[in-house]
Design a protein around this ligand. Sequence first.
Ligand code: DOR
Ligand code: ZN
Length: 390
Amino acid sequence: MKTLITNIEMVDALGRRPGKVLIEDGEIKKIYKEKESVETDFDEEINGGGHVLLPGFIDMHCHLRDPGFEYKETMETGMKAAIKGGYTSLVAMANTNPIIDNSDDLLKNRDKAVGLNLCQLIQVSALTKNFGEDDTVDFDSLRPLTNVFSNDGVSILNEDIMKKGLEASTVHDFILLTHCQPETTLVKRDVALLEKLGGHLHICHISKKDTLEAIRLAKDKGLDISCEVTPHHVFASAMDFKVNPPFRTDPDRLALIQGIKAGIIDMCGTDHAPHSEEDKKNGAPGINNFEIAFPMYYTVFSQNGISLEKLSEMLSDAPAKRLGLKTGLIKEGYPADLVLVDLNWEGKINPEDFISKSKNNPFGEELLKGKILMTIVKGNVKYDDYRSTL
Ligand code: DOR
Ligand code: ZN
């Protein structure tokens, strides 16, 4: 099956160029320059309508709730929501029920994702058994199945556990993702441990100016550290909506935007955390982000003069590189994970229209820019806004 995408401008971390993309057997087979003629035949043409084609987004941080909390989201509703939002690969956290802390449960989720055939799942394993403070997980059996370990949702307050996690990240060559509350205090502690012990550290959802400074210092020292932001922390401040870490002050939010410009922040995640209406009423922290993340980020980036190339780097290339995935760029030989976006679209996104099973997002009244028109996963059109294929 050969598909030719025409009438597009390609944008990714490498730059911006008009042209055409030939997809064959799920891969980007050839990229044509704007005026270059296409000699080969093809089965199908997708006319991009003059819109922008980006690499599929890779979410370094989401919660799919499956197994155990299917009333909030299932892997299927979560992945469909993600695809509608332009995501082609998802790093799903381990705070399900049971917690994913052993190879059997991890394999079950991996198989479920393969069976759904929607987008790629990178399933996180817990760092400790049942997120407790006694034992770390069995790295020998889990490491062949995943290269990301995290107790996200829960901070690692026990310093010994953090030391073990960092040491294991070197020995077993994985990335340790941490949820830090109190944020700056724990990030500073972990940076000091990283300097002393080595390791591969990724700080989830950073939200404070002082945290940024701690990470900048760590990067200056050449430590292996990366970090992500969320759409809500860069879009808004001081909101009365429960999320962990909480909404911060406007100076914090502005510092995050400066941190993006300065290259201190590596990635744009979602922290997609669906909850039922009742759970939210009872105080559950979390925000439903897949279907609104790109417009929120694009709105903030364009308002602050940050390029779409930079946004693509943070949505796709940087997470791909960090995870060791060959994707995240529009490049010959890469998987055809692609998103077509209408950057001129302006409007509101009503959470009631989410495909996600839950609707917990407070930004339905915001005027946002940028709409996902089509999402292609490994050469297959999985979402088409015109036909609403999901
Ligand atoms: O707001 C949050 N919700 N932050 C987290 O770290 C966990 C997440 C969840 O699982 O609901
Ligand atoms: Zn978290």
